[in-house]
Design a protein around this ligand. Structure first.
Ligand SMILES: *Cc1c(COP(=O)(O)O)cnc(C)c1O
Length: 250
């Protein structure tokens, strides 16, 4: 039932917003410092439509096909009433290079950018999309760092600062893109505290080379308070808002 789902989402969104407000206050940070990015992967477009009605304007997705289909469905729902323009889709999952062009046609931002070849492909895709009107602004990119160097989980190895600098410089100078900051996911079994301390220090190091204030995409359902304490500017929250993810995606 849609009404049941609406009530459920309304309650969990309210609880999540107050949890985030508490975390921001406890960290001594200013209201509005940390963006809440609802992660809607595996959940249907109807949930995005309900959340949009509750004031959410940005949504995180992790798979290109699922996200592009959902973006179309949501856009069709709001067609003609001007609301669609306010929705920003964020790609937070790994991006295969051959999907970069497709991602650049719907994603306002990508949080999982971890190599120079991928940056070039996203830049080309975004530049083309800007030229033919599928995008109105450059794509914001976060460079994803790997805190343990495990190549299977994505991210630029934080233990190789020269490489981190090179990838960040490419993100900063590629046409069609805007370098927004750094992103990381704590390694499996690692303490969030230690992970986010390290990430925050790396942001300060990288910041010295850049004019714009760099953001930090860090924190999920289980560790958002820790991430906020260590400077996160965007928490990506799925389970605590949407419930357990179903096993198959819509
Ligand atoms: C799924 C996902 C999230 C949300 O995780 P939850 O624990 O459900 O809040 C955050 N970030 C990324 C990169 C994800 O893939």
């Amino acid at each position: 039932m849609t009404e049941d789902r609406e009530a459920e989402l309304r309650a969990s969104l309210e609880a999540l917003r107050s949890r985030l407000d508490d975390a921001v206050r406890a960290a001594g940070r200013a209201d509005g410092d940390v963006e809440l990015l609802p992660v809607t992967k595996f959940f249907p477009a109807s949930d995005v439509i309900l959340l949009r009605g509750m004031g959410c304007e940005a949504f995180g997705e992790s798979r290109e096909q699922e996200a592009s289909r959902k973006a179309v469905e949501v856009a069709e729902h709001f067609a003609g009433d001007g609301t669609t323009a306010a929705i920003r889709w964020h790609m937070i999952g790994r991006i295969q290079r051959n999907k970069a062009k497709a991602v650049a046609s719907w994603a306002y931002a990508a949080h999982s950018v971890d190599g120079i070849a991928l940056i070039r492909a996203l830049g080309r895709g975004a530049t083309e999309a800007l030229a033919d009107g599928r995008r109105a602004e450059p794509m914001f990119v976060y460079v994803q760092l790997s805190l343990d160097g495990d190549p299977d989980r994505g991210g630029v190895d934080i233990g190789d600062p020269a490489l981190v600098d090179e990838v960040c410089a490419a993100a900063n100078s590629t046409e069609g893109l805007r370098f927004a900051g750094l992103m990381a996911i704590p390694p499996l079994g690692a303490a969030a505290e230690e992970s986010f301390v390290r990430l925050a220090a790396e942001r300060e190091r990288v910041q010295a080379d850049h004019q714009q204030r760099l953001g930090l995409s860090a924190g999920m359902s289980g560790d958002l308070e820790t991430a906020v304490r260590h400077g996160s500017t965007c928490v990506r929250v799925g389970t605590a808002l949407m419930g357990q993810r179903p096993l198959t995606s819509p």
